[in-house]
Design a binder for this molecule. Structure first.
Ligand SMILES: [Zn+2]
Length: 387
């Protein structure tokens, strides 16, 4: 038996079902009628890096060690980008290779630098530009690059820029087509027991245009109407590619289509550090300028808004200056981690108990559940449904 996995980053039944109902995604419809489907629980935190690593290791972030894309270097003010070498346990291909099974992996996030496998590996999101470490064997990426006339590992998406610049959708489509061309090349040239590819276009489109995709009221406006048409077009391209991959399967191949996390409307936000400061649980160093303190309290979205009014240099300084650097640790009991980690750091056990006592009764009221590390990573009962 062979196993193929198509990973669709950020895919959710919320949008797929909507479009299947409208008759737009015939291949998904075929799969729903002839296969089985279920909501996959995401990880905590429910982000791309930790979730794909859990997908390929079968363990939660508490065990594989990837909570984010970056990690703070102790004693330094910069964060470093996490790599495949930070993953603390075997991936499915390591286990399959031990049993002499041939494996091929294309564009799985957090796989850079590539590792030696029985088969091939081309790394995904978080890889730098094309270089010798992007693929195993080393020359494969250059061969693919020539074959598809310029392979694209990833397209960076900037919310405030691309929400009004529709050329980003064309670029994402180009990346999708080239990736599929690479799939054809690889499947033609390797006889594999296990094959996995991840396409990221849906995640990027959802980040930029989720509301327009999902909500009907947006079609009244001509710009939104155009966006919606283009979104549906891209979804159709993904559906066509899924269909083409199905056609390549023989009757000994099992196909999984998986996603790392869902998407939804942003209904409310809670700025944990602001709350901690208001309760004197988090204290900042007073030597910092008023501006940097104000910036440290703002969300990324708010920062992008005020960027219009504050000199670029100051924003750049702020970005370099992490919140962690302006915390007065001698007076701080707890602070919220980097936004992609979703956690709260507490400085010792005694404080942790006190904080839990203070925060827990209120957390329900605020709508922010509070769990300890052990509750999330050792209990199977507290898995969040992030579909
Ligand atoms: Zn993702």
């Amino acid at each position: 038996m062979k196993v193929w996995i198509i990973g669709l980053d950020g895919a959710t039944f919320k949008s797929i079902d909507l479009l299947v109902k409208k008759g737009i995604l015939p291949n998904f419809k075929y799969l729903f009628q002839n296969g089985c489907r279920a909501i996959l629980k995401s990880t905590m935190p429910f982000f791309t890096g930790p979730a794909w690593v859990s997908m390929v290791t079968g363990v939660n972030p508490g065990k594989h060690g990837i909570f984010n894309f970056t990690k703070r270097i102790k004693g330094e003010s910069k964060r470093r980008v996490l790599s495949s070498q930070d993953i603390k346990c075997p991936k499915i291909w390591n286990i399959l290779n031990q049993y002499n099974k041939k494996t091929g992996m294309l564009n799985i996030p957090m796989t850079y630098p590539s590792e030696e496998v029985n088969g091939f590996m081309i790394t995904g999101m978080m890889s730098p530009e094309i270089n010798d470490k992007v693929s195993y064997p080393k020359n494969l990426i250059y061969e693919i690059d020539r074959y598809v006339n310029g392979y694209i590992i990833d397209i960076p998406v900037i919310l405030e820029k691309h929400q009004s610049d529709l050329s980003i959708i064309d670029k994402l489509n180009e990346c999708l087509f080239k990736r599929y061309k690479a799939v054809e090349f690889l499947l033609d040239n390797y006889d594999l027991d296990f094959f996995m590819v991840v396409f990221v276009i849906l995640d990027r489109l959802h980040h930029l245009f989720w509301k327009i995709l999902i909500h009907e009221q947006f079609v009244d406006n001509s710009f939104y109407k155009k966006v919606k048409e283009k979104l549906i077009e891209s979804y159709s391209h993904v559906d066509e590619i899924v269909g083409k991959i199905i056609q390549r399967m023989d009757d000994k191949t099992v196909l999984f289509i998986t996603s790392d996390h869902g998407f939804g409307d942003l209904k409310k936000g809670f700025y944990l550090n602001n709350w901690l400061i208001s309760k004197n649980i988090l204290r900042l160093k007073t030597r910092n300028t008023f501006k940097s303190i104000i910036l440290s309290l703002l969300s990324e979205r708010q920062i992008s808004f005020i960027k219009k009014f504050i000199p670029r240099k100051l924003i750049a300084d702020y970005k370099e200056k992490l919140l962690e650097d302006i915390i007065d640790y001698s007076k701080t009991i707890a602070y919220s981690a980097h936004s992609l980690e979703q956690g709260m750091y507490v400085n010792d056990k005694e404080n942790k108990q006190q904080l839990l006592k203070r925060f827990l009764p209120k957390s329900h009221f605020i709508g922010v559940p509070l769990w300890t590390r052990l509750q999330i990573y050792l209990s199977i009962l507290l898995i969040m449904d992030m579909s």
